[in-house]
Design a protein around this ligand. Structure first.
Ligand SMILES: [Zn+2]
Length: 343
């Protein structure tokens, strides 16, 4: 083992141990170059903490020298739940980071800046677009999106932040840019994916387009409204997405039909139901969108404020719904089913 490899292991291994143990995201400036990126490591932290209760193990797979002072380090993370019973741990993700010499010491860098180093940039209004030099950039679409951002700022009564918008081909490339060589979501069949990073004002748009309203809505909600329930968050993002109007109606028809065939389903417990309904529909996206629409209709003055500030607990969600509609929780089922008879 070379001295440099040893140095890298002495930097990365203890960091992994603390990452797995910590319940809170800690910025470690002795490991990450926080002058370049003040919150380095946050994607990895959130990814492996998603499966809260499951214990995780990490294994450094490979250290590859890229040039005289630059290395790529690949780490595998395993979920250990069931370990012992099934005798198998399961692969959670494989994550790639860049380690470079800064002065005398090594520092860790996010994969994104390395991956997009040679990319083109174009500023349109408050959006800075990042895309591969071979991508044929559509300025017309970018202008539509930039005006949309201004309209969202008005809608949410906030400032219009400067947004770094990355255009990726698909979900696979989106995750890869974040450093994931493998995770459980990146090779799904649908291959359209977005993620927002409100800390760095980044939207990762894996739909190969200048237009991705849904994810931009999340940037605003995550940045300014930490009291918004996650079920409303998706519904609101769908409600404000001008690019999917026709699909919305089609999805409501699918859900109406499904619920007619399943009268036993009780939508008064909608947060407890299995979310995916079928044919690409979901309670969390499509029913929530309908719900948001109806709540805003019912109380145009107060509903938005109540939704955004209502609280993140499930009982907060039910309270917001029932208080705006002025119904009991057990009446939610009939109310939603009633709306759907129009589709
Ligand atoms: Zn979303």
């Amino acid at each position: 083992m070379s001295n440099e490899t040893k140095e890298i292991l002495e930097l990365w291994r203890p960091y992994l141990d603390s990452l797995i143990k910590n319940d809170k995201f800690n910025i470690d400036s002795s490991v990450w170059d926080t002058e370049i990126d003040p919150i380095g490591g946050i994607e990895l932290y959130y990814h492996i903490k998603q499966q809260e209760a499951e214990p995780i193990n990490a294994e450094i797979l490979n250290i590859q020298k890229l040039d005289s002072n630059k290395y790529s380090v690949k780490t595998a993370f395993y979920n250990l739940s069931g370990f012992g019973r099934s005798k198998n741990s399961s692969l959670n993700c494989i994550y790639d980071i860049i380690i470079k010499k800064k002065g005398k010491a090594f520092k860790v860098y996010n994969f994104l800046s390395e991956y997009t180093e040679d990319w083109s940039r174009k500023e349109v209004g408050n959006i800075v677009y990042h895309y591969t030099p071979s991508y044929s950039f559509n300025l017309g679409k970018a202008k539509i999106m930039s005006e949309y951002c201004d309209s969202l700022a008005k809608f949410f009564a906030t400032e219009s932040p400067k947004i770094n918008y990355y255009i990726f081909k698909n979900s696979q490339e989106t995750f890869h840019s974040m450093g994931f060589l493998y995770n459980r979501d990146m090779y799904d069949t649908y291959q359209i994916f977005g993620r927002t990073d409100p800390n760095r004002n980044i939207v990762y748009c894996g739909n190969n387009s200048e237009i991705f309203p849904h994810e931009i809505v999340h940037l605003y909600t995550h940045k300014y409204y930490s009291t918004l329930h996650s079920f409303f968050d998706e519904g609101l993002a769908e409600y404000l997405d001008f690019s999917i109007q026709a699909e919305k109606i089609g999805k409501r028809k699918v859900i109406a039909n499904y619920l007619n065939n399943n009268p036993q389903i009780n939508l008064s417990n909608i947060l407890e139901l299995e979310d995916r309904i079928g044919n690409g529909t979901s309670y969390k996206y499509d029913i929530s969108c309908l719900l948001v629409e109806k709540l805003l209709e019912k109380d145009p003055k107060q509903a938005l404020h109540k939704i955004l500030n209502g609280g993140t607990k499930d009982e907060d969600f039910y309270f917001t719904v029932t208080s705006i509609l002025d119904i009991e929780k057990r009446e939610i089922n009939n109310t939603i089913r009633g709306w759907l008879t129009n589709y």
